[in-house]
Design a protein around this ligand. Structure first.
Ligand code: HEM
Ligand code: HEM
Length: 165
C-alpha cells in the first residue's frame, strides 16, 4: 500500500526481523551437527546424543524460519517498508538488492535443506553453500546498518528497533 510506505516498521515486523536473525545465527553456528547426522545415517554408524538433538533442532528451527519468512513477506507486501534513507541512489539500490537476496536465501536455504534431508546429494552440497552466502550477506548488511548509525546518523537502525505503529 503506497500510503503506508512512509511509515516505519511495525512491532510485528521488528520482532520478526530479530527472531529470524537469531534463528539463522543458531542454524549457522550449529548446522554441522545435521551434517554429522546425515553422514552417520549414510554410513550406518552411531551419532552422539548431542548431534542427534542438535540435528532435530536444526530441522525444526529451519522449518520455523521458512514459515516466519512467509509471514514476514506477506506483511511486507500488505504494509510495505519505510522509504530508505541513503547517501546515494546507488547505496539505496544496493541495500534494496541485499534485502531481496535475504528473502530469497531465507526461503531457498530451508527448501534445499528439506530436499537434502529427504533426497541427499546434490541438494546437500547446494544447501551447504547457504552458509558462506548468509555469512557474506549478513556481514555487508550489518556493516551497512552500522554505517547508517555511526557515519550517516540517519536513524535507520532505530527504525528496526523502535516501532512506528
Ligand atoms: C535458514 C535455515 C537453515 C540454515 C541457515 C541452515 C544451515 C545449515 C548449515 C550451516 C549446515 C552445515 C553445513 C556444513 O556442514 O558445512 C547445514 C546442514 C544441513 N541442513 Fe540446514 N539450514 C537451514 C535449514 C534446514 C532445514 C529446514 C533442513 C531440513 C531438514 C535442513 C537440513 C540440513 C541437512 C540435511 C544438512 C546436511 C547437508 C549435507 O549433506 O552436508 N537445514 N544447514
Ligand atoms: C541473519 C541476520 C539478518 C537477516 C536475515 C536480516 C534481514 C533483513 C531484511 C530482509 C531486511 C529488509 C526488511 C524489509 O524492508 O522488508 C532488513 C532490514 C534491516 N536490518 Fe537486518 N537482517 C539481519 C541482521 C541484522 C543485523 C545484525 C542488523 C544490525 C546490525 C540489522 C539491521 C537492519 C536494519 C537497520 C534494517 C532496516 C533497513 C531499512 O529500514 O532500510 N539486521 N534485515
Amino acid at each position: 500500500m503506497a500510503s503506508n510506505r512512509t511509515l516505519g516498521y511495525s512491532t510485528t515486523q521488528i520482532s520478526l526481523h530479530w527472531i529470524i536473525a537469531a534463528l539463522v545465527l543458531f542454524q549457522l553456528l550449529f548446522g554441522e551437527s545435521m551434517t554429522r547426522v546425515i553422514r552417520a545415517q549414510a554410513r550406518g554408524t552411531a551419532v552422539s546424543s548431542a548431534d542427534g538433538s542438535m540435528g532435530t533442532a536444526h530441522y525444526w528451527v529451519g522449518i520455523a524460519v521458512m514459515l516466519l519468512v512467509l509471514l514476514r513477506l506477506a506483511l511486507r507486501v500488505a504494509f510495505g517498508a519505510p522509504r530508505p534513507a541513503g547517501a546515494s541512489a546507488l547505496l539505496v539500490r544496493l541495500a534494496g538488492a541485499a534485502h531481496w537476496l535475504f528473502y530469497a536465501l531465507l526461503l531457498l536455504v530451508p527448501l534445499t535443506g528439506l530436499l537434502a534431508y529427504y533426497f541427499s546429494d546434490p541438494f546437500g552440497d547446494i544447501h551447504d553453500l547457504g552458509k558462506p552466502a548468509f555469512i557474506i550477506l549478513i556481514g555487508l548488511h550489518a556493516a551497512g546498518a552500522l554505517c547508517h548509525q555511526f557515519l550517516l546518523k540517519d536513524g535507520t537502525l532505530r527504525r528496526m528497533l523502535v516501532p512506528a505503529r
